[in-house]
Write a protein that binds this ligand. Structure first.
Ligand SMILES: NC(=O)c1ccc[n+]([C@@H]2O[C@H](COP(=O)([O-])OP(=O)(O)OC[C@H]3O[C@@H](n4cnc5c(N)ncnc54)[C@H](OP(=O)(O)O)[C@@H]3O)[C@@H](O)[C@H]2O)c1
Length: 285
């Protein structure tokens, strides 16, 4: 059985490959799809086959998927282009006879008002109508997304956001990646949609309390309005569009789009996912 992974040079793909190796999949059975060979040097050093593939070049994807049985499509990072890019991968996988495609989506992609959800929803629909066997892994937020907030809070003592009382059922990227590896090599997942989250949803006061504990200094949560958040991000140097986008992600959190915890991740891992505190401690290094 040959397993391939897209986004293999990214944080998620790298860890997913390490989990495949931990699951005793041999390096020769793993194909890492990468658009930049230089970034894949570490994978090559582990004996993994690296094949060049760019989502913008269907031919490169088809070539890279020759002989592949199962594919983990790690969602891309070029927001706005991803629905088309993922469609290209799905079409190439179909053409090359891939037997199972596992896709990393976003929590409640079909109903979420999160501004990142529409591209994932489009990809899920493309998969469902592709004729491929598929599994959808709807990942909540990565706990690691908050590492920078803690680094800033080490100086300022403040975590500021326009999330109101919104809650986030985050989990560690490494736990999501382990679940993805387990699903890729496992049996009985075909056609399933998993809502992957931490065991409990926390609010930003709890985030600040956890930061206080980990940083050994008082950290408070400062509730901002959307206008204040946008302005503060622009003062930090973000262009207006990017500041507006980040603010809209906060508003999606306030609206509860990431607030529902599920036990799907725990079931796939066969253990409790890392808590917010454990995930942040690891992310801070
Ligand atoms: N749930 C969350 O909180 C959360 C947070 C962040 C991201 N995400 C999603 O999860 C995905 C994986 O996360 P991550 O942390 O691993 O992100 P990442 O480190 O940015 O990795 C993204 C990967 O996609 C590859 N890629 C991007 N555009 C490509 C293209 N046109 N052709 C081929 N490969 C391309 C990148 O290649 P290069 O190395 O060459 O750039 C990289 O390997 C992200 O892409 C995003 O969709 C989720």
């Amino acid at each position: 059985m040959i397993y391939a992974i897209t986004g293999s040079t990214g944080a998620f793909g790298t860890v997913a490959i390490d989990h495949l190796l931990d699951l005793k999949i041999s390096a020769e059975s793993i194909v890492a799809l990468a658009r930049d060979e230089t970034k894949a040097a570490g994978l090559k050093a582990k004996g993994i086959q690296v094949r060049i593939a760019d989502y913008g070049n269907r031919g490169s994807i088809e070539k890279a998927l020759k002989g592949v049985d199962r594919l983990l499509l790690v969602s891309g990072s070029e927001v706005g282009q991803r629905a088309a890019q993922h469609q290209t991968v799905i079409d190439a996988a179909r053409a090359e006879g891939v037997k199972l495609l596992v896709y990393t989506s976003i929590g409640h992609a079909d109903t979420s008002s999160n501004p990142l959800a529409p591209e994932h929803k489009a990809t899920e629909k493309a998969l469902m109508t592709s004729g491929l066997h598929y599994v959808i892994l709807r990942n909540n937020w990565y706990t690691e997304n908050y590492a920078d907030d803690l680094k800033h809070a080490r100086e300022s003592g403040i975590i500021a956001a326009a999330v109101g009382l919104g809650r986030v059922a985050s989990a560690s990227r490494t736990d999501y990646a382990e679940a993805a590896a387990r699903v890729l090599v496992g049996e009985g997942h075909d056609g399933n949609i998993y809502e992957l989250t931490g065991t409990k949803a926390w609010d930003y006061q709890e985030l600040a309390d956890t930061a206080t504990k980990l940083l050994g200094r008082p950290v408070t949560f400062k509730k901002l309005t959307a206008a204040e958040r946008r302005e503060s991000l622009m003062l930090l140097g973000l262009p207006e569009g990017a500041a507006g986008f980040v603010t809209s992600l906060d508003q999606a959190i306030e609206a509860g789009t990431l607030a529902t915890a599920s036990d799907d991740l725990e079931k796939l891992l066969g253990r409790k996912p890392r808590s917010l505190e454990e995930g942040l401690r690891a992310a801070l290094g």
